[in-house]
Design a protein around this ligand. Structure first.
Ligand code: EPU
Length: 454
């Protein structure tokens, strides 16, 4: 019999206490791949201990880049070092387990003049094409074709002894759903080593893109405008490592948003440290609108944090039934798609009708059917869902389908009457570091158990 970890949650406990937000998964993944751009060591601090991070290390190792945790200094520090550039093939077997492997494409192409990366397939949240990544790299002069499910990208005029270099260009990266986060990362990495200036128009403005640009600049790149829709990259011939000080990964805005909503859904009182408030403005706006009290507080023991809008201490209090609202997911600085399922759980207990519209991944609604099993009143129509608030959710066995949908189910389980069993929590382990321990520390009744696979 196949067994998998499950969570058993006995709902109804108010969350109370303090939690420190970890480094961002989605910032770390492309930053690890950026180590392919240099032959010097790249040191990343505050790397969360997650399945996706371990998978990215597995992607990088065969590509000649060692990626190891620094067990001597801090286990949150990763040392990356590319010493062998002879293999530039990222195999299907590994790419299909983690789409972010596509981040190796731009760096390998830029530094080696050649990359062969498996085309990632769709996943539970939608088709997820990579056409914009390829459009951007082609605009830099790369020749790209598909063969046997692989993307094969080469620098112009490559030959064994020819100098292989991409050339700067003006690139429009917008698509039908707005900008692309990892596509912007890929093009920015490739342009960093290109000959001349690249202007990326309609670039993704996500803070993780800005954090990657910060790392690349530490490595000698010349990038301005990251975090805005126009990024300017002045290509340089060579990038170096981070030096011994390394780069500290930004705090995870989605983890922070998830714990803020976990506090709110249980009528709790939680203080979050290392909270990237500046990256959560749309989320805070919606939460204040529905009646959650959410304010930065003075952390007496670390007063300097108060000045860094990406590392603040924030208190979340919710002590009444919340109001309904309208939520539309959008590219940053709009409301993030990665918090849509969690917000749905919260609004399913609000006092009235809410509407959630998903504008990034129109099919990202697998959690709806599971929340219905817990007594939520939800009607999905196209890329919107009508959420009619009910007085209570009722515990039930449910199945996690993707990372954020699972987080939404955990939140529903924390607030539900009775017991919720969440199967397939390996999805959660991809993006939340031992979520059950964090929630236990805040007073939740949640256990990880080894369960027959469902
Ligand atoms: N798109 C295209 N063509 C492309 C690329 C994207 O049409 O070539 C479309 C997508 O189908 C989607 C929209 O553009 O409709 C945005 O996709 P994007 O490329 O920005 O997504 P991503 O870069 O593949 C990252 C995060 C996701 C997050 C999205 C949106 C990482 C590793 N992943 O994915 O995070 O949902 O941005 O913010 O950074 C998660 O953490 O659970 C997660 C799925």
């Amino acid at each position: 019999m196949i067994r998998m970890d499950a969570f058993i949650i006995n709902g109804g406990r108010q969350l109370r206490g303090r939690v420190r937000i970890n480094g961002s998964k989605n910032a770390t993944l492309p930053e690890m791949a950026a180590a392919l751009l240099t032959d010097e060591p790249v040191i990343l601090h505050d790397v969360p201990d997650l399945a996706d991070i371990r998978n990215m290390a597995r992607v990088l190792t065969p590509l000649g880049c060692s990626a190891t945790r620094d067990t001597d200094a801090s286990p949150k520090t990763y040392n990356l070092h590319t010493t062998d550039t002879s293999n530039s093939l990222a195999h299907y077997d590994i790419v299909r387990t983690m789409r972010a492997s596509i981040c190796t494409l731009g760096p390998m192409l830029a530094r080696r003049g050649y990359a062969k990366v498996s085309m990632p397939g769709g996943c539970n949240i939608g088709d997820r094409p990579v056409d914009l990544h390829l459009r951007g790299l082609r605009a830099l002069g790369a020749e790209i074709h598909l063969d046997g499910g692989y993307i094969i990208a080469e620098s112009p005029g490559t030959g064994p002894h020819e100098k292989r270099r991409l050339r700067g260009s003006r690139i429009f990266l917008g698509g039908p759903y707005g900008s692309t986060v990892l596509g912007t990362d890929n093009v920015m990495c490739a342009a960093a080593l290109a000959d001349g200036v690249t202007v990326i128009e309609s670039a993704a403005c996500e803070p993780e893109v800005e954090d990657l640009a910060k790392l690349l600049n530490t490595m000698g790149a010349k990038i301005t405008g990251a975090g805005s829709p126009r990024i300017i990259v002045e290509g340089v011939e060579k990038l170096h490592g981070t030096g011994p000080d390394g780069h500290t990964v930004m705090a995870d805005r989605i983890e922070a948003g998830t714990y803020i909503m976990a506090s709110a859904i249980t009528n709790g009182d939680v203080v979050l440290e290392n909270c990237p408030v500046d990256a959560l403005l749309a989320v805070m706006d919606r939460l204040r609108e529905v009646g959650v009290w959410l304010e930065p507080v003075d952390p007496p023991e670390t007063p300097c944090n108060h000045n860094d809008p990406l590392r603040q201490t924030v208190r979340v209090v919710s002590n009444r039934r919340l109001e309904p609202t309208i939520v539309v997911t959008q590219p940053h600085p709009g409301f993030p798609t990665d918090l849509q399922a969690q917000m749905m759980a919260l609004l399913s207990l609000a006092d009235g009708n809410s509407i959630i519209t998903e504008k990034i991944f129109p099919d990202r609604f697998l959690h709806v059917a599971e929340m219905l099993r817990m007594g939520a009143s939800l009607i999905r129509s196209g890329n919107s869902a009508l959420v009619s608030g009910t007085r209570e959710l009722i515990g039930a066995p449910v199945m996690a389908s993707d990372l954020r949908a699972s987080a939404g189910l955990v939140l529903a389980g924390l607030a539900a009457r009775g017991q919720t069993v969440i199967n397939r929590v390996y999805h959660l382990d991809r993006g939340y570091e031992r979520m059950e321990l964090t929630l236990q520390q805040l007073g939740a009744d949640i256990q990880r158990v080894d369960h027959p696979a469902v």
